[in-house]
Structures are given as C-alpha cells and as structure tokens.
Design a binder for this molecule. Structure first.
Ligand code: MG
Length: 174
C-alpha cells in the first residue's frame, strides 16, 4: 500500500443499491424499475437488478476511492451488477464459511472481515445494517480513519449519502 492509495469504499448491495422493505404507505407506487443503459449487461433475468438505478454507477465511480463489493452477492456482484452500473470488475470481500451467527454480541458479522480486508487502510462502509456496536468496534480495532454510513434500506443511497461520502473521502489523510 502506498501513501497515495485512496480510501476503500466497502459497498453493500441489498439496501444501498437495491432498496427494499418499503410499505405501500411509504411508496404507494412501488419501486421504480429501470431500463438497461445502452451497452450494459441487462438484468440477466434477475428482476432485482432492474430495481438498481443505473445512474448510481457513474456517481459511485466519481467518488475518490477504491470501490470494493462487501455483499452476500460476492462474485455475482461483478457478474450481474457491475455491468448494469457500468462499473469495472471490482475487488470482492469473501465472507467466512460457514456464515457466522448473526447478532451475537450485536456486532455485524461483516465487520471483523472488513477490518481484516482493510488492514489499517482508511475506509468508508456503506450498509443498511450498521449499528453503534460496529462503530465502537471499528473505533477500537481499526488504526486508520473509517466512515460507517448507514443507509436507509427502504430508499437506498440518497443524494445526502453521496454528499457525506464525497466530503469524507476528500478529507486530508483519507
Ligand atoms: Mg444490506
């Protein structure tokens, strides 16, 4: 790792990119469904893919960071989602097998794996399941800077989320 390496951005898919959990009261017309961009890989027959706004791709790509998939989609994120968003193939965090129990001591099962992957490098993490236990654990165990950005799962990444990410990623020492 060189000093000029940009921060990492660990990106969850379900929630941040694919909104879910809305009630009819919140979104009376349901979720928007998007058409594939010219030259994109299409949905590959997965209806979830069409729920991802293709405009998120250029916006993610414009962030001053190294994007990393941090999702249970694992390598399928590169096969199905990256082409839809116009993103290159990205590094993928692999999770421990078998999946650890969820909810023990309140720490998200992804958190230790992300810190191992980051190996001290500054990182932002975008996920709809981040909680205060994760924040405290990262603070105690990660020597670099970190931004844990919890996204509302029912609406996904917002303009405000992108502003917060861009501001943080551009901070000196990021
Ligand atoms: Mg999620």
């Amino acid at each position: 790792m060189s000093d000029s390496a940009p921060p990492l951005l660990f990106l969850d898919v379900d929630g941040p990119l694919i909104p879910f959990g809305a009630t009819r009261h919140q979104l009376p017309d349901g979720y928007p469904v998007f058409e594939p961009e010219q030259g994109s890989g299409g949905t590959g027959g997965n209806p979830l893919i069409a729920r991802i706004d293709p405009d998120l791709g250029p916006r993610l790509r414009a962030l001053p960071c190294e994007l990393v998939w941090a999702t249970t989609w694992e390598s399928e994120a590169n096969e199905c989602i990256a082409p839809w968003l116009g993103l290159p193939e990205l590094p993928v965090v692999s999770w421990p097998e078998p999946p650890p129990a969820v909810g023990t001591d309140g720490l998200h099962w992804k958190t230790p794996a992300l810190l191992r992957w980051a190996a001290g490098r500054p990182f932002a993490w975008v996920d709809d399941e981040i909680n205060d236990t994760d924040r405290a654990w990262v603070e105690a165990h990660h020597p670099g800077r970190a931004l844990l950005l919890r996204v509302d799962a029912w609406r996904g990444l917002t303009d405000a989320d992108f502003t917060a990410l861009d501001d943080w990623l551009r901070l000196p020492g990021g």
